[in-house]
Write a protein that binds this ligand. Structure first.
Ligand code: 5BU
Length: 268
């Protein structure tokens, strides 16, 4: 089935071409999984994407975790990710003023040259979104910004009033691909979805087939519950990369998320 038919309103209302690209890739792979590839060596990262590439739609990185990072090695890694039909998402959580955020898209890691998506806090005001897009323009590329509207970690300071403000600004800006929601709490995702409407993506970390508390304040909700509540992408890290069989685990998350999307949209 075509992506447009599967995604329905989310497809027809999407304000960002990158969102349509994601929905197409997810439909081809039958997976709403973004792998949080939190490994600290290049070899570990390559091994992981070779194992799970067919089962995931996007690859989330923390480029500054990689101990043996080199520009050359990273370029090969990104090429491989692209050939596995993965969107590349640097979870940088930018938070500075617009002009500095623009410069931070360059620098040592040159994030603007390889990332399709980045995360940002809106704490410094709306110009951060324009700054990040200016960073992509400098590299003759385009991308999408995911604003942190909620977080999955306990005790975070993104209260409902703050979430509401982020969504009010974010829904008005075409450069905003969507919002990060709290994958550990379906009620919070539902509230976020009601405010965000169909024009923006909601991607959710804090998802694991084993729900409950994780390490250092992380919290986990179930993949199906997150998608049924309005999430368009489940961000899964340790549930896959710490598994004894990463490919099997990735396939299980793919199935849970895809089945839930078909159920949500009545296309199963
Ligand atoms: P985990 O192993 O599935 O817990 O990994 C979660 C990933 O999602 C990790 O890379 C975090 O940086 C990221 N994350 C998160 O856990 N919670 C949040 O609110 C945000 C990002 Br934003």
């Amino acid at each position: 089935m075509e992506a447009a038919a599967i995604w329905g309103e989310r497809w027809s209302s999407a304000t960002s071409s990158m969102a349509k690209k994601y929905m197409e890739v997810a439909s081809q792979k039958q997976s709403l999984v973004c792998l949080a590839a939190d490994r600290s060596t290049m070899a570990g990262l390559f091994e992981l994407i070779e194992q799970v590439g067919p089962h995931i739609a996007a690859l989330k990185t923390h480029v500054d975790l990689v101990k043996d990072w080199t520009a050359e090695g990273w370029a090969v890694f990104c090429e491989r990710a692209a050939s596995l039909n993965l969107l590349i998402f640097e979870d940088r959580k930018f938070a500075d003023i617009g002009g500095i955020s623009k410069q931070q898209m360059g620098g040592v890691y040159s994030i603007g040259t390889w990332a399709d998506l980045v995360t940002a806090h809106l704490i410094s005001g709306p110009d951060i979104v324009d700054g990040l897009h200016a960073g992509w323009e400098e590299c003759n590329r385009s991308g999408g910004v995911l604003l942190l509207a909620q977080m999955s970690s306990r005790g975070n300071l993104l209260d409902p009033d703050y979430t509401h403000k982020v969504v009010t600004v974010g829904t008005q800006h075409d450069g905003v691909f969507g919002f990060i929601g709290n994958g550990s709490n379906p009620e919070e995702i539902k509230t976020l979805r009601a405010r965000a409407g169909d024009g923006k993506m909601i991607w959710t970390p804090g998802v694991n087939l084993q729900t409950g508390d994780g390490v250092m304040g992380q919290r986990y909700g179930n993949p199906r519950d997150a998608v049924m509540a309005g999430s368009d992408c489940i961000i899964v890290g340790s549930g896959i990369h710490r598994s004894e069989k990463p490919a099997e685990s990735a396939a299980a998350y793919a199935k849970a998320s895809w089945d839930a999307l078909l159920e949500r949209t009545g296309t199963s």
